[in-house]
Design a protein around this ligand. Structure first.
Ligand code: HEM
Length: 466
């Protein structure tokens, strides 16, 4: 077989041909997207078990815009064109509210948190929280992330395979809890913060079981949890309310810089403060949205790096020599999030008819953007299945072409924090460890809630510590 000539970095990122998209008038004739012909149950099963194969096949057979059935038996139109993505990210919020209102986190955090609310309430909460997640606030966390990473790496065994994902979660959960509750280091045993940390660790582990996946379906679209999830929610409540109660009692609330204190001081336009219940919803949203996504994103990057020696060599040489280290670390994380976006699909529900190329959907339609498909378009990313961090050297990711954090007024609130954590942890691991995959074959993706995670937890072996 002839091997293609290697591509230079400038040939590794391209452009998609333009495609019209956006709101259209009520007289525009509707043109539905071609639909996947499988029965709904088969679609759901395949989508949940093997989303990658499912969406790639649909795009191959039906084209860039296609329709599938949802859990609630709705017709969802799926697109992967950057111009369509742009139309949804730049839409007026009232014309394309987010589908995160229907997120699987909703039965846990309720309908009113920054993730699940739509409209003015969402924008108000977002405005309040944004400064805490801004680059400058995040810079304050860097030392803490470094310290936690160093402690964690010390504990890793040498010569024995283990899963990277839970180890990464231990770091990212401590980081987010420190930011939110203002505790230094890992919360001490016996404190409510520690209890919350333990409950979350337990629930995260339990949520991969078949029973939990089933329970998830039972809870789709509900405001209150049912079944096993209800017990999980009670455990979270039992841990969270005492933290809130204790913080209400302190006399230096005004001086505190953590996110919980900030939320407690905040007032609405009517001069009202958040109730305990509202606070609980907001705090749990931030903890739950933040730590596992970041940990799994890092785990995927390692899963890819350990199976792509050229990329690992490039990163190792840059980090250890200090030459172009920042650029190569950034490029590696960017490529990891392109190749394996932890949240593979996001959506909006248009409230007016909407064009997506040749397709026109009616008002009220849910539209999903397949991040996975956008990130694997040949025209945007030549050799899309190759892991090539060098494609990002000298290239900034495009706002509508590289979308692991979504976009517009719903763009991930924690993106800067997540990037900072990934930079610190990746760099420290490359500096201090020689890692290998436990097996040469790639790990399959496992789908849990809305996330896509490495099926075997990104198993690796530390060959040597430096
Ligand atoms: C690599 C890690 C992460 C990834 C891949 C990720 C991805 C996403 C995505 C795709 C969305 C939906 C965006 C949209 O619909 O346009 C989102 C929303 C959100 N994320 Fe993240 N996230 C990560 C880390 C974090 C962290 C560390 C936090 C910390 C608090 C966080 C908090 C949130 C919140 C609050 C929202 C809702 C924002 C809104 O609707 O206004 N995420 N994230």
């Amino acid at each position: 077989m002839a091997t293609a000539a290697p591509l230079s970095p400038s040939e590794l990122v391209g452009e998609a041909p333009p495609s019209p998209a956006g709101p259209v008038g009520p007289d525009e004739p509707l043109r539905p997207a071609p639909a996947i012909a499988l029965p709904r149950a088969a679609q759901l099963l395949r989508f949940n078990q093997r989303q990658i194969e499912f969406v790639f096949r649909a795009r191959r057979e039906l084209g860039e815009v296609f329709a599938m059935r949802s859990v609630l038996d709705e017709r969802i139109t799926v697109t992967s064109h950057p111009d369509h993505v742009r139309s949804l990210f730049t839409a007026k919020p009232e014309e394309a509210p987010s589908l995160t209102a229907e997120s699987p986190l909703r039965p846990i955090v309720g309908p009113n948190s920054v993730l699940t609310a739509n409209g003015p309430r969402h924008l108000r909460q977002r405005k309040l929280l944004l400064p805490s997640f801004h680059g400058e606030s995040i810079a304050r966390y860097t030392e803490m992330i470094e310290a936690k990473t160093a402690q964690e790496l010390d504990r890793w065994p040498v010569g024995e395979p283990f899963e990277l994902a839970p180890r990464m979660q231990a770091i990212t959960l401590d980081v987010i809890m420190s930011g939110i509750f203002g505790v230094e280091g890992r919360p001490a045993a016996g404190t409510p913060e520690r209890q919350l940390r333990d409950v979350i660790t337990f629930l995260t582990k339990a949520s991969t079981s078949f029973l939990a996946q089933f329970g998830e379906l039972l809870n789709v679209g509900r405001d209150e949890a049912r079944g096993l999830l209800r017990r999980g929610v009670k455990a979270l409540d039992d841990a969270t309310y005492p933290i809130i109660e204790a913080r209400r009692a302190v006399d230096d609330l005004d001086e505190r810089t953590d996110i919980m204190s900030l939320l407690m001081r905040a007032e609405t336009e009517d001069g009202e403060r958040l109730t305990d219940h509202e606070l609980r919803d907001e705090l749990l949203t931030l903890v739950l949205a933040g730590f596992e996504t970041t940990a799994n994103s890092l785990s995927w990057t390692w899963e890819r790096l350990l199976r792509t020696p050229a990329a690992y060599d490039l990163l190792r040489d840059a980090v250890r020599s200090g030459e172009q280290a920042d650029e190569v670390v950034e490029a590696t994380i960017t490529e990891g999030m392109r190749a394996r976006p932890v949240i593979p699909m996001i959506g909006r529900r248009v409230t007016v008819p909407w064009r997506l190329g040749d397709v026109v959907v009616p008002a009220g339609s849910p539209i999903s953007m397949s991040i996975l498909l956008v990130h694997h378009r040949e025209d945007l990313y030549p050799e899309p299945f190759a892991f090539r961090p060098e494609r990002w050297l000298g290239h900034k990711p495009g706002t509508y072409e590289w979308i692991p954090f979504g976009g517009g007024t719903r763009r991930c609130l924690g993106a800067s924090l997540a990037m900072a954590e990934q930079r610190v942890v990746l760099r420290a691991m490359v500096e201090r460890l020689e890692l290998e995959a436990d097996r040469p074959e790639p790990e399959h993706a496992m789908h849990r809630n809305v996330t896509m995670i490495p099926g075997r937890g990104a198993r690796a072996v530390v060959r040597e510590k430096r």
